[in-house]
Design a protein around this ligand. Structure first.
Ligand SMILES: Nc1ncnc2c1ncn2[C@@H]1O[C@H](COP(=O)(O)OP(=O)(O)OP(=O)(O)O)[C@@H](O)[C@H]1O
Ligand SMILES: [Mg+2]
Length: 380
């Protein structure tokens, strides 16, 4: 087995986990259970295929954490009506490959730092939606988020949905692709048709395409398939031009951690290209604060010092490190009292222990590759 398939499984597990947590937060418990289960399946696959992988200890913790949450949610599902935060259109037909969301429960205040992204979203989407008349030159319709895995692209997209008063169509590029000849480009045009239809109400419509690089190079068996999908996509993007369609508020936000798989024509359609880098020192402090907000910290914990220890770690690494440090106190509680009482506060040494066994999930060379790509294509 190659390390790429390990990386693939890990990113798959992470994506399911993110979707699970997002659905969970939105109160879509049935979806959350489904995604937690899928995440568990993938994590178990990793444990089985790569028994010596250094992160297996953590993955085992996740699995038990997700199982616990599934049983809690199973209980909730019986009693509580699942809030209908989704518009049912788009979900009804069986072949639907996207979902239309209205108001998820997270917004920008749940996103630590990432000020550059928040700023661009305000200037490109929120202001033009409120006052199109003060934008005689039009506004960008395409925004590309790129950067190393686990640094918040998918996460901030969910927050954008909570921030913008309008519709948010969530689609995974891999779901657009189909093994049926010609089906994928039909899906692309269906997607944009749906967006234009929703936009008639005068509110902004955002199409969010996650893992957009999968639109490229998925058709190893269908000669020319990816070219047709890409061309259909370019055509649809051109149709959104604010000079052609001055009143229509349809935006496309795409995210990728493999921007070099995209081609020039495609990149050009995204007038805004935003690098979502590893978190800075300030961002790491903010993320640490955010994730430890609901936990008890011992006075020995120095978040500034901790954030220096976490230089090079991704946002999701940091979130996981906080969870793992907390887990040490929970484990102790169960070992000492069988689970009665409260866990003790988390100490600096808990963090130090966790960090000792957990390497950053992105290495420096990888970061350089992103920076080089950014140098070439930046547009801000
Ligand atoms: N700025 C942030 N504030 C708070 N939490 C964050 C932030 N960025 C990332 N996270 C946490 O990290 C997790 C992973 O981030 P996310 O899935 O958005 O990364 P990504 O950039 O989409 O990665 P990939 O390229 O692998 O898809 C999120 O679910 C969230 O818990
Ligand atoms: Mg993502």
């Amino acid at each position: 087995m190659s390390s790429t398939s390990l990386a693939y499984l890990e990113s798959l597990a992470r994506n399911y986990a993110v979707k699970a947590v997002m659905s969970d937060k939105e109160g879509n418990y049935a979806d959350a259970i489904n995604y937690y289960k899928r995440a568990i399946e993938v994590l178990e696959k990793i444990l089985q295929l790569y028994p010596d992988h250094s992160l297996n200890g953590m993955y085992k913790q996740w699995i038990s954490e997700y199982r616990r949450r599934i049983s809690e949610l199973d209980g909730l599902l019986g009693r509580v009506r699942v809030p209908a935060s989704r518009v049912s259109e788009g979900l009804e037909d069986a072949d639907s490959f996207f979902e239309v969301l209205e108001k998820p429960s997270i917004n920008f205040s749940d996103v630590a730092d990432m000020e550059n992204v928040k700023e661009v979203i305000k200037e490109s989407i929120i202001f033009p939606s409120k006052r199109p008349d003060v934008f005689p030159l039009g506004w960008p319709r395409g925004i590309l988020l790129f950067g190393p895995p686990g640094c918040g692209k998918t996460y901030i997209a969910a927050a954008i949905a909570g921030e913008v008063d309008g519709y948010f169509i969530n689609v995974d590029a891999a779901d657009i692709m189909s093994k049926w000849l010609g089906e994928a480009e039909k899906r692309v045009s269906k997607l944009f048709a749906k967006a234009r239809e929703l936009a008639k109400a005068g509110k902004p419509v955002i199409i969010f395409i996650d893992e957009v690089d999968s639109l490229f190079g998925m058709f190893e068996t269908e000669v020319g398939g990816e070219v047709r999908v890409r061309n259909q996509f370019l055509k649809e993007m051109d149709g959104l031009d604010s000079k052609i369609n001055p009143k229509q508020l349809v935006f496309v936000i795409a995210a990728t951690n493999k921007p070099w798989r995209l081609d020039e024509a495609f990149i050009r359609r995204f007038q805004k290209r935003i690098y979502v880098p590893l978190p800075s020192r300030e961002a790491r402090i903010a993320i640490l604060k955010m994730y430890s907000r609901s936990l008890k910290l011992d006075p020995s914990v120095d978040l500034e010092k901790l954030s220096d220890m976490l230089d090079g770690y991704t946002s999701s690494d940091i979130a996981e490190i906080v969870a793992a440090a907390h887990m040490r106190t929970v484990r102790e509680l169960f070992e000492s009292t069988g689970g009665r009482g409260e866990p003790r506060p988390i100490r600096m040494e808990d963090f130090a222990e966790v960090v000792k066994y957990r390497k950053p999930s992105v290495n420096k060379e990888m970061v350089k590759v992103f920076e080089m790509w950014y140098e070439k294509y930046k547009a801000l």
